[in-house]
Write a protein that binds this ligand. Sequence first.
Ligand code: NAD
Ligand code: UGA
Length: 471
Amino acid sequence: MAPVQVKKICCIGAGYVGGPTCAVIALKCPHIQVTIVDLNKARVDAWNSPDFAVPIYEPGLVDVVKQCRGRNLFFSTDVDKAILEADLIFVSVNTPTKKSGVGAGFAADLNYVESATRRIAAVATSSKIVVEKSTVPCRTAESMRTILEANSRPGTRFDILSNPEFLAEGTAIADLFKPDRVLIGSLQTTEGKEACRALADVYANWVPQERILTVGLWSSELSKLAANAMLAQRISSINALSAICEATGANIDEVSHAVGFDSRIGPKFLRASVGFGGSCFQKDILNLVYLSESLHLPQVAAYWRQVVEMNEYQKSRFSKTVVDTLFNTITGKHIAVLGFAFKADTGDTRESAAISLIRDFLSERAFVTIYDPQVSEEQIWQDLSEACPTTPLETIKKQVTIVHSALEACTQKEAIIIATEWKEFLEIDWQTVYANMSKPAFVFDGRLLIDADKLRKIGFKVKVIGRGERV
Ligand code: NAD
Ligand code: UGA
C-alpha cells in the first residue's frame, strides 16, 4: 500500500480533550488542516466566538486558538463534511459511566463512540484512519472495526488506532506541548503499522521520537485505564494514610514528603485531599472493575473497587469532621465553601468533591455560601440539583448562596471550607475575614493550602486534612 501522509484531520468531539488536543496539533502542524466538530452548537459557537470566549477554561488555550483559528484550525457542526474531507479522524467523544442497563454504574457508556463510528461509516467515500482518542474499555477498537467494515462502501478501508490522551485539566496545554509520552496502539499488520506510522509522523512535528510509544491495540486501550487507576490509587493510598495521621498526630505532608523521597515511589501525586474528582478517575476505575468482573476476576475487581471506596470514605470523613468540630451540629449554621471545581485551574466540576460536601451540609440543614473563580452559577445549580434529586431547586436555593469573591463568601460565617486549591485563596486577607466572622471562627482545609499556624495566631480554629492537631 502507498504510504499515507496526513493532510486533513477531523476531530469528532469539541470537549475538554478534542478541543485542546487538536488545537495543539493545528498549532504544531501548520501544514495540516484540522477541523473539530461537535453536535453541540452552543459549544461550537463558543469555540468560534469573536472574543475567544472558548467553552473551556484552560491556561494557555486561548493563546493557541488565537494563533491558528481560521488558518488551519476550524470548529464546525458540519460533522459529515469534516468526515468526508479528512484522511484521519479522531473520535474524542464522551464515554461516561452507564446509568442504566447491563453494567449500570460501572461499565462505560459507548453510545457516543458508536454513533460517531456509524456516522463515519455512513459518510466516508474514501479510506480513513480512525483514531480512538476517547478512553474506552479494552477491545472497543474491535467493535468499531466491525461497525465500520459492516457499513462501509466498496473500496473504502478503515484502519483503527488507539491513541489515548493523558493530559490533565488545568495543565492541558503544557501537557500537550511536552507530553511524558504519546501512546499509539495498532494492529500488528502491515496496514496497521503503516497507519500507526502516519499518526506518529503527525506527533513527530513536536514530540521527540523516543516519547512516541507504539504498541498493540489492546495494550494501548488497557494502558490508559491502568494509568488512571494507578494515579488514583496513589491518592487513595495517601488519603488512607491521612486518616491515620489525624488519629495519631502524624502530619501527612511530612509522611508524603518522606515516602516520596524514595526514588522508586517519587514525590508527585501524593497530596492528600478531600478526595479526587474529575470526569475520569472514578469512571475509568469502575470501567476496570467491570472489565475484571466480565473476565471472571473477582479479586482483581475488588482490589480496584477499593480505590473508589476509599475516595468516598475520604469525602464523607471530611464532612463528618466539619459536623463533629462544630459541636456536633451544623443545622442553621452558615458555612462558606471556597472552590467548587474538582481541582484548581479548571472550571470543570464533574465528580468534584465540593459537590459531595455541600450535599452533606445541605442534608444537615446548614446554609452554604459558595465561591469559585471559574465555575458559573448555572453549573453550580445544575450540579446541586443532580446531587440532591429529591429536593426541588427552589428549596436548594433557600439554603445556598453563590457569591463572587472569597471575602464576600466568608463574611458573617461560622466556618470556612477550602474545597479547591485555587492560588487566589493564598491571597485572602485572613485578618479581615476573621474580624467579620462569627466566633469561634473555624477553617477546614481540605487541600493542605493555608498556613494553619498563621491563622491560629489570628484566632481561627483550624482543621487540616491529615493533621492530628487539636483545633
Ligand atoms: P466532553 O464531554 O468534554 O466532550 C465530548 C464532546 O463530544 C461533547 O461536546 C459532545 O457534544 C461531543 N459528542 C458526543 N457524541 C458526538 C457525536 N456523535 N458527534 C459529534 N460530537 C459528539 O468529554 P471530554 O472530557 O473531552 O472527554 C472525551 C473523552 O476523553 C472521554 O472518553 C474521556 O474519558 C477522555 N479523556 C478525558 C480527559 C479529561 O481531562 N477530560 C483526559 C483524557 C481522556
Ligand atoms: C487525570 C490524569 O492525571 C490524566 O493523566 C488523565 O489524562 C485524565 O485524568 C483523564 O483521563 O481524564 P485530571 O482528572 O484532569 O487528569 O486531573 P488530575 O490532576 O489527575 O486530578 C484528579 C483529581 O485528583 C483532582 O480532584 C485532584 O485535586 C486530585 N489530586 C491530584 C489529589 O487529590 N492529590 C494529588 O496529589 C493529585
